[in-house]
Design a protein around this ligand. Structure first.
Ligand SMILES: O=P(O)(O)OC[C@H]1O[C@H](O[C@H]2O[C@H](CO)[C@@H](O)[C@H](O)[C@H]2O)[C@H](O)[C@@H](O)[C@@H]1O
Ligand SMILES: O=c1ccn([C@@H]2O[C@H](COP(=O)(O)OP(=O)(O)O)[C@@H](O)[C@H]2O)c(=O)[nH]1
Length: 480
């Protein structure tokens, strides 16, 4: 349970002149890494939070972000060793900037247009306004020459606003989601403004080399930028901007340590027992998002049951689908579709003793997540497009005894690092079915060799290494 360590943050030194504050290191993200709890705040789940909270706890910096509720004015405060600086958003801004432009324009556009992106000028206006507000919050707190690390697609205009008003800052940007090829990106009516926003940074980081290449190609095609490859030259002064890949990772040690705890192992046994001790537990854990390929996974599972290649009682599929962006239309429809499919599968295949799919529309704390990873013989990650997918890496981190099989989509960034997973194209349902069966039947020795190789990868390349590599590179390119 998160310790309650709330107190007011130290005063920021708001003095005149160019420099506004006292922090030498600021992370700027759409969300603060906390949610409201009954008594105060608790650490929130989610990929970005999981990745950045450990770094923030160890640094003396501050995190600028939205508190997650409408119309709340909250003073800066401290939580679990982090200084948090809230940015307020009105209900209408949440609708236009967050649900609208961020999650119904940019999100589908950047994820292979799996859902059709919507383009509305009022959403764009709100996006600009909110980006300006985040930038102002940084300007008021950043010390002279501070390092500012902006996170993700919700805040792509912040780098250029900071650059214009505070050329002393070292500005990094990391895009957690894919960056589409120019042929798709070009649909965006405000493509030039978004690219110019990002080009305000000194270093623009991506999950995969292909994302970095896509960005550099669009930057040269739709702005006046020049240069070659990862090196982009901007404006008459030919300012240098780098676009490079920095694949994010997890706190491997923390997950691995949790997995070794006797009470979590006991919880894993309990989960299996509660399901009637099936021979094989398969697991999917995703935000309920159309990019995650949950329907493709269910389709493959249903066909395997229909064809009697697997049997209820022997195989149980647990699907955790955590609530996400529930006011966005596509997400509402997706929930109806997935829950309809699960109901149909269970109606057809459940027995009095056993269920086919145990569907859980919940958000679990990390301890329960690790127990689920320990209980799962086969992990299914079948994203149609995913920046990284930390769940895949967490599963590997939890399997300290080298057992278990990971079925992993080649369209998730994690497939670049976890090459010994069973890689699949989730659109190929026949291939997906064969791979699921191969995972269930995989000989222990083969599974162990694969798992050990993947564990070696994420033990070295953990989230600490990710942030250190990005920040060292930022210091290098800014000669800091
Ligand atoms: O803040 P929400 O709208 O509730 O969404 C949660 C986060 O989802 C996205 O995660 C991405 O970042 C992960 C870590 O790098 C990566 O593994 C995953 O593939 C991405 O989809 C989003 O990018 C975050 O901004 C959201 O906070
Ligand atoms: O009930 C849940 C479901 C997910 N997560 C965490 O949420 C993150 C999901 O990150 P991922 O990169 O897989 O996907 P995203 O949701 O960021 O797109 C992982 O750290 C999960 O452990 C969690 O804590 N509780």
């Amino acid at each position: 349970m998160a310790q309650h360590t709330e107190r007011t943050a130290p005063e920021t030194k708001a003095h005149g002149g160019r420099t506004g504050g006292s922090y030498d290191f600021l992370v700027v993200a759409n969300r603060l890494p906390v949610d409201r709890a009954e008594a105060g705040w608790k650490r929130s789940p989610g990929g970005l939070v999981t990745a950045l909270a450990p770094i923030m706890e160890k640094s003396d910096g501050a995190w600028v972000g939205w508190v997650g509720c409408p119309d709340e004015e909250v003073e800066p405060f401290e939580h679990e060793g982090m200084t948090l600086i809230p940015v307020g958003l009105s209900a209408s801004e949440i609708e236009l900037y967050y649900e609208g432009f961020s999650n119904a324009t940019l999100w589908p556009l950047y994820h292979d247009v799996i859902a059709p992106p919507e383009f509305h000028r009022a959403w764009w206006d709100a996006y600009r306004r909110v980006n300006e507000r985040f930038a102002v919050a940084v300007l008021a707190r950043a010390a002279e020459g501070a390092t500012v690390w902006i996170q993700d697609y919700q805040l792509q205009l912040v780098p250029a606003i900071l650059r214009e008003r505070r050329p002393d800052l070292k500005i990094g940007f990391f895009n957690h989601i894919p960056f589409p090829p120019p042929e798709i990106f070009s649909q965006l009516p405000w493509r030039r403004q978004v690219l110019e926003g990002l080009l305000g940074a000194d270093l623009v980081g991506f999950q995969r080399s292909n994302d970095a290449r896509n960005f550099a190609r669009s930057a040269r095609r739709y702005t006046s930028a020049g240069g070659n490859g990862a090196h982009i030259l901007v404006g008459p002064e030919q300012r240098s901007v780098r676009a490079e890949a920095f694949p994010i990772s997890i706190d491997t040690q923390r997950i691995s340590d949790l997995a070794r705890r006797p009470e979590i192992q006991e919880r894993a046994r309990q989960i299996r027992h509660d399901l009637g001790d099936p021979k094989t537990i398969m697991l999917g854990v995703d935000r309920l998002d159309y990019t995650k390929g949950i329907s493709h996974r269910l389709k493959a599972f249903e066909e395997l049951l229909t064809e009697e290649r697997i049997q209820v009682g022997e195989v149980t599929f647990i699907q955790v689908a955590s609530p996400s962006r529930e006011r966005v239309e596509h997400y509402r429809h997706l929930r109806e579709e997935i829950e309809g499919t699960v109901g149909r599968i269970n109606g057809a295949f459940d027995t009095l003793q056993h269920t086919a799919v145990r569907y859980l529309h919940h958000n679990y704390p990390v301890e329960e997540m690790v127990a689920l990873y320990l209980a799962a013989d086969v992990m299914l990650v079948t994203a149609l497009r995913d920046g990284m997918n930390l769940v895949a890496k967490e599963y590997v981190a939890a399997r300290f005894n080298g057992t278990g099989a990971l079925v992993l989509s080649e369209f998730a960034g994690a497939s670049d690092q976890l090459k010994q997973a069973l890689l699949v194209n989730p659109h190929d349902i026949a291939g997906l079915k064969d791979t699921i069966v191969a995972a269930i039947e995989m000989p222990r020795g083969t599974a162990s060799r694969r798992m050990k190789a993947m564990r070696r990868q994420i033990i070295v390349h953990n989230v600490e290494e990710w942030s250190a590599t990005f920040l060292n590179r930022l210091a290098e390119v800014t000669h800091g």
